[in-house]
Every structure is written in structure tokens, then in C-alpha cells.
Write a protein that binds this ligand. Structure first.
Ligand code: NI
Length: 247
């Protein structure tokens, strides 16, 4: 159930019974030699749409650009400043809370967003704590990285062994190949640069990871593996969204 495909009347009827919104959030950034720039945005968005269908939950518009300054030495990458992103998340939540939504389930596609999303949640709670009347709907936010979960890590291990990596992973590239088979790119590449240390700014990242990957072998990605990863993410997250709405 996508918010953007409803009428205002349909949203009004939804809010008579439900208060949960699914919030897809990702990033628009380089994903190595064969990964799509929008990987983190389109994966979280498509998982959110599928979870929304399964659980009859409203899915808000995707926040498609995230915190990706360290990828800016690669063409096509875009970033928000952390402070901008905190404001964007706050305005998305406040807009929907204004209408009566209370539960915000963020499905995130980009690890680099996590700290900023958590900071945004604290800004939202602080505003309620410091300025709320005490009678307002209680806004509750939660963050779920789609590639985690009790069953997901074992599946990724089974499919890809220790080759999945940290960025431009086989699993995320596989999910995009499942979702957009017409966009599968040539996967010819050598082994990844060995991981020596974490990065700071964009120039430092590019110097350490010249083709954009971190420790991954995305030339091993397949749409079939992507379907397994996608289906499991949707199943697990749907169970969690259903429980989240009942709290
Ligand atoms: Ni990614």
C-alpha cells in the first residue's frame, strides 16, 4: 500500500484503524564495478513495497539520498550532510505524525545512514519531550537494516561464504539483479583490494578502495541468489512490522 498511490480519503480511512508507516530509506552512491548507483535506495524501496503488501501497511515515499560523503570521489554519487538528513527525516515523520501516524518503521538500505538515522530519532523524541503537551500521539521510530536478521546472516554465509564483503556486497548486487534483470552489468573484475583500515573523507576512501568495493566479490552475484535474499528479507521484516504495529 503506497502512500503516493492513495487518495487523501483512503489515507483517512487507513488512519481510522492503523497508525504505522513504513519508511524506506537508502542512498544514491557508487556500488563498485557492476553495482547500480541506486542499489541502497531501490532495494529498501522494493522490500518496503513487498512488506507493505503482505502486512497491509502504508509505505511512505522513499528517502533515496542518504549519508554518502565518502563515496563522492566516484561519479554519480550524491550525499546529504548529516545535519540535512536529520532535518529531512524529521520533516517526513512530522508530516505524517500531523495526520495521525504514530509508528514509523524505517527499512534502511545503507549502513552509512545508521548513525544519522538514530540521531534523527533522538531529535524527534527530544522535540516531543521538551515541547510536547503530553497529550499528543506518541511517535515511535525503529530502524531495520534489511541485510541483518537471525536468518539472513546464515543465508548470506551459505550463499557466498566469506566473499560477501562490506560494500557493493554480493548479496545487495544480487538483489538488484533479481529486481532489475535488464540492468545486469558486466561483472568482470579481479579480487578486491585488501582491507587495511577504515576511511575518512571521499579522497581517502577512493585511495583505499580504488574500484569502490570493500572486500566483496560482486562478480559472483546472480538474480537467483538475489531472489532468495529478497524473499527472506521480506518474510522476516513483515513479521516484525506486524508486531511493531501491535505495540
Ligand atoms: Ni549498498
Amino acid at each position: 500500500m503506497r502512500l503516493q498511490l492513495q487518495t487523501w480519503g483512503e489515507v483517512e480511512r487507513y488512519l481510522e484503524t492503523f497508525t504505522t508507516a513504513i519508511m524506506p530509506i537508502g542512498s544514491t552512491e557508487q556500488h563498485g564495478p557492476n553495482g547500480l548507483i541506486g542499489t541502497d535506495a531501490v532495494t529498501s524501496e522494493e522490500i518496503a513495497y513487498a512488506v507493505g503488501e503482505l502486512t497491509n501497511t502504508m509505505v511512505a515515499p522513499t528517502i533515496s539520498v542518504g549519508m554518502a560523503q565518502h563515496h563522492m570521489a566516484f561519479k554519480g554519487s550524491m550525499t546529504l550532510r548529516p545535519s540535512t538528513m536529520i532535518s529531512v527525516i524529521g520533516d517526513y515523520v512530522d508530516s505524517l505524525a500531523h495526520h495521525g501516524f504514530e509508528r514509523f518503521y524505517f527499512i534502511n538500505g545503507h549502513g552509512g545512514n545508521s548513525a544519522t538515522i538514530e540521531a534523527a530519532f533522538q531529535e524527534i523524541y527530544t522535540a516531543h519531550t521538551m515541547h510536547g503537551s503530553g497529550n499528543e500521539p506518541s511517535v515511535r521510530c525503529t530502524l531495520r537494516n534489511w541485510w541483518t536478521g537471525s536468518e539472513m546472516r546464515p543465508l548470506i554465509k551459505k550463499l557466498f561464504g566469506d566473499k560477501d564483503g562490506m560494500h557493493a556486497t554480493i548479496s545487495e548486487v544480487s538483489v538488484t539483479q533479481h529486481l532489475f534483470p535488464e540492468q545486469i552489468k558486466d561483472g568482470t573484475m579481479g579480487p578486491p583490494e585488501p582491507f587495511k583500515s577504515r576511511w575518512t573523507d571521499a579522497a581517502d576512501y577512493r585511495a583505499k578502495f580504488p574500484d569502490g568495493r570493500i572486500g566483496s566479490h560482486p562478480d559472483l552475484a546472480t538474480p537467483e541468489a538475489g531472489k532468495q535474499v529478497f524473499d527472506l528479507a521480506v518474510k522476516q521484516i513483515a513479521e516484525e512490522v506486524a508486531a511493531f504495529g501491535e505495540k
